[in-house]
Design a binder for this molecule. Sequence first.
Ligand code: ADP
Length: 420
Amino acid sequence: MKPFILSVEKRHITFAIVIMLATGLLTGDWLISIAVSLLGYIIWLYYRIFQFYHWIANGSLQHKVPEGGGIWEKIHHQVLQDKHKSNHRKKRMNALLKRSQRILKGFPYAAITLNQNNELDWSNDKAKVLLNIIKGDRGQCINNLVRSPKLYQLLNAGEHDSEIEIESPKDLSIQLLLKLIIIDTNSKLLIARDITKRNKTLEMRKSFISNASHELRTPLTVISGYLEMVKADEHLAASLSSPINIAYEQTERMQSIIEDLLTLSRLESTDDIQNISVDLNMAKIINHVCQAFSQAVIVEINTDKTIVGVETEIISLCTNLIQNAIFYTPVETKIIVRWYADGEHKLCLDVEDFGKGIADKHLPHLTERFYRIDKGRSKEQGGTGLGLAIVSHIAQRHNAQLNIKSKIGSGSTFKVCFAQ
Ligand code: ADP
């Protein structure tokens, strides 16, 4: 550092020494000559600093670089270089920002950005159509622009990727799916999508399945009744016995599918179960369900805590899980049903089997309707492929989480956790 300063400031230091020598020789007082030359050098430095400040304060323009060689030349050069780099960076960032805004502008969804106080920063054109938000609303709190308790909760929770469904403040017949994306601690992106058509299609699908199941139920009961009668007839020709038995079994299967479809439709038709919920003694329900099966099941009750729910639905949830454990594991294999309070203020039901287990790739699909890993075995056992879809629906209605863990060769655990 020292040699660098000496080399760049050589001219000014030499000049100061010459002044000092000249005044020393002229006055003969070397102390005064040193003081004078040092003072001169300091004044000159102050002048340069002032010039530098003035230049920086006025935008450090290239054509207005103050004069002055030595270290000052280096400082000016460095400042200009940094300024150039920062301008370049700013241009790039601006171009990037404009590009992302152009992309969001042409987006088929409404997009708005909010600051840390949930005040509007920016919105695209579609935000006007779906959320009634215009550019002039900038700076206003989103909760004053879109009045919805659900949105208020979504923003307060501040969970990345969380979604809610609300009605559009512009037109209540428009249903919107709002998704929150956390960009960083100071900004959030809110995306709103019109899902009115999607919801209508879902509704139509649900009501079609419900109506079709209802319509098929009665004729199927009649066919099944006649087949049962023919089956029991002593004079039935031997050649017809087998086809009649098969036909009867198939009608029974169809009846099970229709009953499960109707159960699903019922579960889907109402979300609010508050006024049909009661206090349920889970230990009693589990013991009662297990007794209905011929295969022995180990029951471990570790808590006498109760839950609030719909009794028929909780019985159906337990029955489906225990029945599956029995169906899909070899006879005599251990099956454990546990009811316990876990550390996170939850009450959990575990149905654990030690069967052949389920491969990871199937786990996310098990609760889809008619998803079966082994179609042959499911049908052989009289499975409808709807059991876990029903379990998942019941869990959802009771604000419970269904968790499936399984390992090939070791078995599976189906866990349903209810809030305490
Ligand atoms: P199903 O009526 O076919 O049993 P479910 O919805 O109850 O329909 O189950 C879906 C599929 O998940 C079943 O077909 C089966 O392949 C698999 N499954 C469910 N429970 C278990 C289990 N305990 N062990 C192994 N596989 C299981």
